[in-house]
Design a protein around this ligand. Structure first.
Ligand code: PMT
Length: 439
């Protein structure tokens, strides 16, 4: 991967978690890739790793207290020049301070003043990580556009095994390269609660039109849905995308909310109003969608992937508009693989939601759908034939066949996506209830 890090100014925040020692490797990787790294440590972090180590690795003075050293660069100057603020490890304490907008040390002050992408890699004891306060804080940060690198599961310094282990420096390095490669302006992810931004193209869904479902079928379920296309930038004015309108996912979200579920909808760029009562997060690229999903997945009972996620993105996004020249007959753009969002969820070993995928196929449909069900470790897959003009992408109707690992579960003939969504949510809530009881 082209690291995109040459001459980039990275503020590396190190807080007082045992994983602080891993930040030395991270600092070395960043410097080796050509980045100009400025380390900000909290006072607690200095008890775990000496600031001299980071000064030697980064070649810059380490900042700690805001006023402790007047010769140090100011927090405003650091924030203004930074291309990224990366906090690794990020303790529960520092996360809480950022959520509260506090600026009581150099790192929190820089973070508050930053207009560049901010990335946090949480690291803490598993109970602290799963505490509702930390989980709510992480969601708040994700909603505000801060990238959260979800910690891994494993042996923790406190002697227990569980979630909360900071990702390895090499993995964090890969993640931040993807984020920088995205090179999108730092637009916070937008959240809307039940308020459409555009007039609804249809009257509200009438459940009674299709099938009378108990209004409480979804009560107690937290449902995470991805919808719409992703946009993968080529240059400032061009991108790779597809024809997904988002309708299938938005109707599923609408039905799930009407049946009493707590619904989070992560949407690519679409022109649709937010269904009533649904929490919506807007993203553009696959990498952004993955980060938004990761911020909510540990707290979800059901995950449904209707988004048409681009499988590849440009290795290098041109910072200026690509011009054609007189003698040029072709243009080669190198694409690199995007993360598979649904597979990441399907393969979770702990706190894995009941996971449903969609398969958009044009040939050997059943075979491909079943292969995706297995490869992504899904509980259900919903197949639609997108070679047809009358269903699938950007139409009001769909016709789907649903499979689980034992074979075909249901087939719904061509009808409106609203109606299909009702049948699907009926099936999904019932199956997810059994899954929840068994796990
Ligand atoms: O949005 P509409 O206009 O209403 O159209 C609906 C739809 C046709 C987009 C929808 O019904 C549909 O089929 N969605 C899945 C589209 C797709 O990308 O399918 P896929 O076969 O390439 O991917 C399989 C599954 O993996 C999907 O659930 C997809 O969300 C997920 N995936 C794929 C690639 C990737 N990098 N990450 C993913 O999560």
């Amino acid at each position: 991967m082209d690291t995109q890090l040459k001459n980039r100014k990275i503020v590396l925040g190190v807080t007082g978690g045992i994983a602080a020692y891993k930040s030395c490797t991270l600092c070395r990787l960043l410097v080796k890739a050509g980045a100009d790294v400025f380390v900000c440590m909290t006072e607690a972090a200095t008890h775990l790793v000496g600031s001299d180590t980071f000064e030697a690795l980064s070649g810059h003075k380490v900042s700690i207290g805001i006023f402790s050293d007047t010769k140090s660069i100011s927090h405003i100057a650091l924030a203004k020049d930074a291309d990224m603020v990366l906090i690794a490890p990020a303790t529960a304490n520092t996360l809480g301070k950022i959520v509260a907008g506090m600026a009581d040390n150099m790192l929190t002050a820089v973070t508050l003043a930053a207009t560049c992408p901010v990335v946090v890699a949480p690291s803490m004891n598993t109970n602290m990580y799963h505490n509702i306060a930390t989980q709510e804080n992480l969601k708040t940060l994700a909603r505000r556009g801060i990238y959260v690198i979800t910690p891994a599961s494993g042996d923790l310094a406190c002697g227990v095994v569980g979630d909360g282990r900071m990702k390895e420096p090499e993995d964090i390095f890969e993640d931040i390269c993807s984020i920088l490669n995205d090179r999108l302006p730092h637009t916070p992810l937008m959240i809307e609660n039940g308020q459409g931004r555009l007039p609804s193209p249809k009257a509200p869904l009438e459940l009674t039109q299709t099938k009378l479902l108990p209004k409480s079928l979804g009560l107690g379920f937290k449902v995470l849905i991805t919808a719409g296309p992703t946009e993968e930038q080529i240059d400032p004015v061009r991108y790779i995308s597809n024809n997904s309108s988002g309708k299938m996912g938005f109707y599923l979200a609408q039905v799930a909310a009407q049946l009493g579920a707590d619904v989070t909808l992560i949407s690519g760029p679409v022109n649709l109003p937010t269904p009533q009562g649904v929490r919506r997060i807007d993203v553009k690229s696959a990498v952004q969608m993955l980060h938004a999903v990761e911020a909510f997945v540990t707290d979800s009972d059901i995950m449904i992937g209707t988004a048409a996620v681009a499988d590849f993105r440009c290795e290098n996004i041109s910072p200026i508009k690509i011009k054609k020249t007189e003698d040029q007959d072709s243009l080669t753009i190198k694409l690199v693989k995007n993360p598979d969002i649904l597979a990441t969820v399907g393969k979770r070993e702990v706190q894995r939601p009941y996971t449903v995928g969609f398969a958009a196929e044009t040939n050997n449909c059943e075979e491909h759908a079943k292969e995706k069900l297995v490869r992504k470790n899904l509980d259900l897959i919903v197949l639609n034939d997108v070679s047809r003009q009358d269903i699938g992408f950007n139409s009001d109707d769909n016709e789907v066949t649903v499979f689980d690992k034992d074979g075909q579960v249901a087939h719904f003939d061509k009808q409106s996506k609203q109606t299909i969504a009702t049948f699907l949510m009926d099936l999904i809530f019932k199956a997810a209830k059994q899954y929840k009881n068994a796990n």
